[in-house]
Design a protein around this ligand. Structure first.
Ligand code: UDP
Ligand code: MG
Length: 167
């Protein structure tokens, strides 16, 4: 089945200069990148992205982590990978959530670590299933930032919207 999945290179992945390595590993899947951007993650976006973790004792650390406050890199690289069985293909390459339990040749197994505060710094995020992928993609991207039509869209007329343009 053709699917799409959200992939984030987290701030630890950027800080450790792993972008090239991770993209090379992901290219093994033969999936297509259909959207990509660098995002400065707001507290609101971080909390919404990790809303399923909000009752965890490490939630506050997790929010700081994805916002880049633990790594002095206040950004993530957000991408959408698209193609046959995309969700599972990327999950398998990424490896288990806990980097110590992840297959050592997976991305998380090779590059992740557990901090003394108990946060799994696992360098990459990737959606778990189709429902989560849809929620996450719609959270991180607008339709016109994606070069294929993946979910239904509609046209709305907005009045008096201020946008920044080149001076
Ligand atoms: N996480 C953590 N400790 C845990 C579980 C999760 O630090 O015991 C962090 C980790 O960075 C993980 C993120 O919270 O990637 C989201 O957790 P989830 O269970 O959704 O794992 P994922 O889908 O990222 O494998
Ligand atoms: Mg998850």
């Amino acid at each position: 089945m053709i699917q799409q999945t959200l992939v984030l290179i987290k701030p630890d992945g950027l800080k450790k200069s792993l972008t090239g390595n991770i993209l090379t590993r992901l290219s093994e899947t033969k999936l297509e990148i259909v959207a990509a951007k660098i995002v400065r993650v707001s507290r609101q976006l971080a909390e919404e992205h990790y809303r399923h973790m909000r009752d965890k004792p490490f939630f506050e650390e997790l929010i700081k982590y994805i916002q880049g406050e633990l790594h002095d890199r206040r950004k993530v690289l957000a991408m959408i990978y698209w193609g046959e069985d995309a969700i599972n293909k990327v999950r398998v390459l990424a490896g288990a959530t806990n980097p110590e339990k992840a297959d050592p040749v997976s991305i998380r197994g090779a590059y992740g670590r557990i901090t003394t505060l108990g946060v799994y710094e696992n360098v990459i995020h990737t959606s778990t299933n189709e429902e989560e992928a849809e929620r996450e993609i719609k959270l991180w991207f607008n339709p016109d930032e994606i070069i294929v039509d993946i979910y239904p869209t509609k046209i709305v007329t907005k009045e008096k919207v201020e946008i920044k343009v080149w001076a």
